[in-house]
Write a new protein. Structure first.
Length: 247
């Protein structure tokens, strides 16, 4: 039997990794809530399960995702059901800590390994990145900046992870690239949402993380090895917790 070749570049990886059905159902529920007025009744759990076209177990997992994101309320009783609960910008801005599923220990291991591999990938990017690679990195930076301006913590962390994947794309080391992208997939697939960090001044924190990543891409573009490696060390040392939501 011939094994399928591994997805070694991000484009191949993204094509191969189809969205999980709970996430697909959660996106349908979130879109439904976004189109409704806050407080509007969307339907019963069974009605919306049928609307999403998934099993009870899959729907319950999807419902947990949208509840963690704060976009849907579930109310019991005869007049209960699912209700739109659109987040205010302030609430969305307060989202900064990863909320993980039951496999959080595996995610912690994946984050630790990812941080350990970051310097190797930056070294390879310094040697091998061409203008096209740098342009792709800057596109992800643009997404990070736009998400920060919109106070969208979820979009910010996903754009941040995408930037790290773009940096990983540059390495000619197929084993390193594949392993690193697999770690990112583990982190993303087990992240349910983001939760309030508390009294942390999030706007300043997000700006500082954006600035650090922008400086890192600039250092890669100019092949400033000393600056780039110093920045990636700072990146991994200044995270407020083991599961830094902004990568």
């Amino acid at each position: 039997m011939v094994a399928d070749p591994p997805a070694l570049r991000r484009a191949d990886w993204e094509r191969a990794a189809a969205p999980r059905r709970p996430e697909q159902a959660a996106e349908r529920l979130a879109a439904l809530a976004a189109a409704a007025e806050p407080g509007a009744r969307l339907g019963t759990k069974e009605e919306l399960r049928v609307y999403c076209g998934v099993s009870v177990g899959t729907f319950n997992e999807a419902l947990r995702l949208v509840q963690a994101r704060g976009v849907i309320d579930v109310r019991p009783g005869r007049t209960g059901g699912l209700f739109a609960n659109r987040q205010s910008p302030l609430v969305r801005l307060g989202n900064s800590v990863l909320a993980l599923d039951e496999d959080a220990a595996s995610v912690a291991d994946a984050v630790r390994l990812r941080d350990a591999l970051d310097p190797l990938l930056v070294e390879d990017a310094l040697r091998h990145a061409d203008p096209t690679d740098v342009t792709a990195m800057r596109r992800e930076l643009d997404r990070m900046r736009a998400a920060a301006a919109d106070l969208d913590g979820i979009a910010f962390i996903h754009a941040n992870w995408a930037l790290h994947a773009r940096i990983a794309d540059v390495t000619p080391n197929a084993m390193l690239r594949s392993f690193y992208l697999s770690l990112l997939e583990i982190i993303e697939s087990h992240t349910l949402a983001v939760q309030p960090l508390g009294d942390q001044p999030l706007p300043e924190y997000i700006q500082s993380r954006y600035d650090l990543h922008a400086a890192l891409v600039d250092a890669i573009a100019t092949r400033d090895e000393h600056r780039a490696l110093a920045l990636i060390r700072e990146h991994n040392m200044t995270a407020p917790a083991a599961l830094d939501p902004t990568g």
